[in-house]
Structure formats: structure tokens, C-alpha cells
Ligand binder design. Sequence first.
Ligand code: DGL
Length: 280
Amino acid sequence: MVNGAKRVLVFDSGVGGLSVFDAIAASGHAFDLDYAADNAWLPYGLKTDEQLRVRVPALLSRLVEHWAPDAVVVACNTASTIALEPVRAALSVPVVGVVPPIKPAAAQTRTGVIGLLATPATVQRAYTDDLIAQFASDKRVIRFGSAALVEAAERKLQGEKAQQSAITEAIDGLFSAPGGDQLDVVALACTHFPLLAAELAAAAPRPCLWMDSGEAIARRLVHVLIAQEGPSRVQRAAFTSADSARASLRAFKARGFSDFSHIVEAPNFQIAPFDDASSA
Ligand code: DGL
């Protein structure tokens, strides 16, 4: 452990949390960074609220027991917008969630029309409605929910080409909607989507501002943990599906991960060896 470094567990359903991990790692603060993905349950955006409110706290409780982080980052909008309360109730360490970046998007728009790109679950959450009512009530908000974009981001980080159909569908959904000709800022309210920022920008009919929550989360974490300046260190990564994780290991290794584990669901989210970490 770097002297005084705080241990942080970054959690998502898949590789999306890496967009938040990257912002934390680039923050210039001394964190020891672990990552866990519930990729056996990907995509969270097609799960019910109740399923997530039960599973996410149960899984994170076990990971906190195993890895003893100083804080947990729920780097998933779909989980944060529905399960933060039960997660906080289940854990004894601070929990930082991702908030869809509606407030900064509303502050940046010049035309008064913003896009909200998220999972099908997040776009329709009461939490999202409340954010819009609070920070963007005088704006037009065009919402588009896509599970296909989550899959496209997963594919991209497996070294394949992201499916263009998913990108095109999302761009059409935003820019061809009523008011879409005025849209100038898009809030990326799924942590997978910043990983596709270049593809989305290339497919958009004109330049616009693409906003995500990564840096805001990193700043929040520094504040919550009173973190010291210094280099971050990359530590362990664990996955509920070792089979699916194998395809993405290159993206994790590129970020410095070398210690991989399998989270075995039954009977109670045990951490087990990852049998082939050299396959990527
Ligand atoms: N990365 C997650 C988010 O921010 C969700 C992806 C999924 O649907 O699993 O919403």
C-alpha cells in the first residue's frame, strides 16, 4: 500500500465502470484501486428494480468483507439510481454513487435542449425524473434508453468493433426526436457510454458536448476519503462470470490489473481463483 493510500472498490455490471476507474486513476490522488463486475448479470438495464435492490447490496457486502475497502464506488447509473439506499444500509464504509450528469448538462446548453442517453431502466427512473425537475425543468430533455450500446461498449473493450447499428440507433433516437435539431449537449448517464464517446461523436449530425460523470465521481471520492495527492495503484479485479471476463481481460491488463478472481455466486459470493488469467 502506498503510504496513506485509501483502498477503493469500483463496481459495475461490466466494463462500464472502467470509465469511472480511469477518472479516479487520473485524479492524482493516492488510491489503491480494486474493481468488481457483476458481468454474469449484465445488462443491469434490463433487470427489474427489485432484482437490483436485492442483488447489489448482497454482492457488495461480501466484496467489502473480502477486500476491506475504505469506500465503494457504485460506478453504474442503473444500480445507483435504484439501489444506493439498500447498498448504504448494508455497508459500513462510505458509498459514492453515479448521478446522471443532468445538472452540468443543463448548465452548459445554449439552446435549452439536452439529450439523456442511458439504459432503458435509468431513463425512466423516478430518480431521473427528480433530477430533471430539480435542475432542468426549463429545458427540453430528450431521453433515449439503449441496452444495445452497453453491449457495443463491452464488444469494443473485447477488441472488436462496436456495433454501428447500436450507435446509429442512439444518435437517431436523440437527434431525430422533436427538438433534436436544437440538441447541443448530451448527458451520458450510463458508465459504459463514455467508452463509446468517439463513435457517438463521429455519428452525430453535428458537434455537441458529451458529458459524463467520471471526473465528478473522482472529485467526490477525494473529498469523502480526504485522499492525499500521489500516484494511484491498480490492484485486483473480480468478475461473477469468469468466462465472459476472459474476453475483456486485455482492457483490464492495459490499465495495470494483473490479479484476477472469480466471484462464485453460490452459496454466497465467494472469491475463487480465476483459472486462466493469461488468456487475453
Ligand atoms: N454501466 C451501467 C450504467 O451505468 C449499466 C450497464 C448495464 O445495463 O448493465 O448504467
